[in-house]
Design a protein. Structure first.
Length: 293
């Protein structure tokens, strides 16, 4: 639940910031007549994202177990790739996001209201589709099955609470009642998302092993089920937050390590990097004495 809350909060806040930037720019430039077109594009993006999430949830229900596991594993790996790209993209371009959106909206305003609808739909829709896919993959990793007849509602509740908090924060930021250091927020939530993504990747590998696509299903690196029972409260917490599996195959462990270590290293290097060198004082030029005439 905590992992899905964080995903919903971070992804939702990105979308809320996009919306607040677009709305504030139209209001500031006295183009309120384009607000209905903007909200129409946002509404379409939300509807498409919800439809995509429903398709992911209910689409594979009539397939065989192997097909469900193959689809679940493949989509989990795709979700990890998308969220990793999103984390690094935000770390590099967050400071320029406002000016980029303003330029795109200026071009759309000159082209007409339909272009405004398209700009809003694309800007918010990208965030919505990424959120739907990664939330679905994280929820499936938490439940442990590709399709569950009696799904656990905790991931859905966590995601809804995160999205609700993001909407509230976005409104408060728009009204000027809340100030957040976005660089720090996205940096620390990005670190946590890298850990979550590593667990989702390991889950996706296990799904592909159960589908018979990848080998090594019965070759375990460790099995601590007796020490950390999956049904225990701490086993549930580890599963829900870090997607930890008490019985982990060697291939899962390799995928988790091969993703987490380099991704965490490059993300920290990209986000914080090395401290900029202090400018040195200009060298004092020796005075040149004029020779006596």
């Amino acid at each position: 639940m905590l992992a899905n809350y964080l995903i919903g909060l971070r992804e939702g806040l990105e979308a809320a910031l996009v919306v607040s930037i677009l709305v504030a720019y139209l209001v500031k430039t006295d183009r309120r007549d384009h607000l209905p077109a903007l909200w129409a594009g946002i509404g379409i993006a939300i509807a498409v994202s919800l439809g995509f999430g429903a398709l992911l949830t209910f689409g594979p229900s009539g397939l065989s177990f192997e097909a469900q596991e193959a689809i679940g594993g493949t989509l989990s790996i795709v979700a990890v790739g998308l969220v990793t790209w999103m984390i690094f993209w935000m770390a590099r371009t967050a400071r320029h996001m406002k000016s980029d959106l303003h330029h795109k909206l200026d071009d759309a305003l000159s082209a007409g209201k339909k272009a405004v609808v398209v700009v809003a739909m694309l800007a918010v829709g990208r965030e919505g589709l990424e959120t739907a896919l990664f939330l679905w993959a994280s929820a499936q990793a938490t439940s442990g099955t590709a399709v569950d007849a009696s799904p656990n509602l905790a991931p859905l509740i966590g995601a809804a609470l995160g999205l609700g908090t993001a909407v509230l924060f976005g409104w408060l930021i728009y009204r000027g009642a809340l100030r957040l250091n976005m660089r720090v927020f996205f940096a620390w939530t990005g670190l946590f998302l890298v850990v979550i993504a590593a667990g989702v990747l390991a889950y996706g590998v296990h799904d592909l092993q159960e589908a018979g696509i990848l080998p090594g299903l019965n070759t375990l690196a460790f099995d601590v089920s007796a020490t950390i029972p999956p049904s225990s409260w701490y086993g549930t917490v580890l599963k829900g937050v870090f997607n930890f599996s008490p019985a982990t195959t060697w291939l899962q462990l390799f995928a988790w390590t091969a993703y987490l270590v380099p991704t965490m290293y490059f993300f920290i290097r990209t986000t914080w990097g090395s401290a900029p060198a202090r400018p040195t004082a200009p060298a004092v030029q020796p005075a040149v004495r004029a020779s006596a005439a």
